[in-house]
Ligand binder design. Structure first.
Ligand SMILES: NC(=O)c1ccc[n+]([C@@H]2O[C@H](COP(=O)([O-])OP(=O)(O)OC[C@H]3O[C@@H](n4cnc5c(N)ncnc54)[C@H](OP(=O)(O)O)[C@@H]3O)[C@@H](O)[C@H]2O)c1
Length: 334
């Protein structure tokens, strides 16, 4: 079967190659999936660039890609939830990445039936951003109907899902984007859009129960200037929070490193009387089943910026790295 692999750490243009590999076999507890479509996420190029080398190391060459939608063609021993012919979607774990390929064998716990109202190319756009949104806003921050939220980068992969999801929950949503995308983000349901090239979100005269930081850098600590007392800045791109080492069972060195990295953010949090939360998304077939139901109800639609044919993954990665994608980029495998 044909599969993309990265052969070393560096630019995606020279380190990602299309190869022929032996087709995987479903082991105990795994389903074998014929992939119809995959979607790209910033973590794909960050892995290849080596940004995450200190957190996850891969034996090279290694397959690449988290998100997929496809059809089950075989099941391993002990698989109870799926059978051949099922149309499924999934977000892999960090260990099992490899959706930029014709087939993949995945733990059945990562897999769910895809939303029945969507073709594979649209379903493939949902898993990682959907799980990220639910695991952050619901599992970590416990958002409620009526609360206000500022979503940074409402036009990105995560943002386009999060804006729709927060409206589905009955929240009051403000999102940032450029003026080029302002009307589009409003059309996703945002109550207010702040176009960063016309207005600074820090000067908009509003405070929020929750700020969802998808940008990192100065935005993480600056976000405390617009969060309410008792509120929370939930970050995907800032430094790890100080509970993270304990959650992953890390030792003293990591605890000290995280403490140092997050000093500025915790100083800002203290001054604002708010809290800081950071997390890493995990695979979950159970949560993908819940997300599929919401999508089938029509409350959330995938947003696709562009689709690329299978042999143009490198162009798709270059486009994603421009940072200008509006929604998700999809790789059509079949
Ligand atoms: N911790 C985790 O587990 C986790 C999970 C998911 C994602 N992430 C991280 O979260 C980040 C966002 O992911 P993504 O998939 O949403 O990225 P993305 O789709 O590549 O984001 C692109 C979007 O960001 C917007 N944007 C860029 N700069 C902006 C700014 N200064 N203000 C407002 N909007 C801006 C762009 O809009 P314009 O073109 O209009 O500027 C574009 O629509 C990435 O760094 C990703 O790695 C982390």
């Amino acid at each position: 079967m044909r599969a993309y692999q990265f052969t070393g750490y560096g630019p995606t243009s020279s380190k990602v190659v299309l190869t022929d590999l032996a087709a995987p076999v479903a082991q105990r507890g795994e389903v074998l999936i014929e992939i119809h479509a995959a979607s790209l996420n910033p973590i794909d190029y960050k892995i290849v660039r080596g940004d995450l080398k200190r957190v996850v190391s891969y034996k090279l060459p290694h397959r690449l890609g988290y998100d997929l939608s496809g059809v089950v063609t075989a099941v391993g021993e002990g698989v109870t939830r799926f059978k051949s012919g099922d149309e499924v979607y999934a977000r892999t774990s960090g260990d099992s990445i490899g959706s930029f390929a014709q087939t993949i064998a995945l733990n059945q716990d990562y897999v769910a039936m895809k939303p029945s109202n969507l073709p594979h190319d649209q379903a493939a756009a949902l898993p990682l951003v959907g799980l990220t949104t639910v695991q952050g806003l619901v599992d970590r921050v416990h958002v409620k109907s009526g609360q206000s939220i500022l979503i940074h980068a409402g036009s990105g992969g995560v943002g386009t899902f999060a804006v729709q999801y927060c409206k589905h929950l009955g929240m009051n949503v403000t999102a940032t984007t450029s003026s080029r995308n302002a009307e589009f983000v409003k059309s996703l349901g945002a109550d207010r859009v702040i176009a960063y090239d016309k207005e600074n979100y820090l000067d908009a005269g509003q405070t929020y129960d929750v700020v969802y930081d998808t940008l990192g850098g100065a935005v993480t600590s600056d976000s405390f200037k617009v969060v309410k007392r008792g509120g929370v800045v939930l970050s995907l791109s800032g430094p790890p929070d100080r509970g993270f080492p304990e959650r992953v069972g890390a030792g003293l060195v990591v605890r000290l490193a995280v403490w140092m990295m997050s000093r500025k953010v915790y100083a800002a949090a203290k001054q604002a009387g708010a809290s800081y939360c950071w997390y890493l998304t995990e695979p979950s077939g159970r949560q993908l089943t819940d997300i599929a139901k919401i999508v089938e109800s029509g409350a959330i639609k995938p947003v696709i910026d562009r689709e690329f044919p299978f042999d143009r993954l490198l162009d798709a990665l270059t486009h994603l790295q421009s940072g200008r994608a509006r929604g998700k980029i999809v790789l059509k495998v079949r």
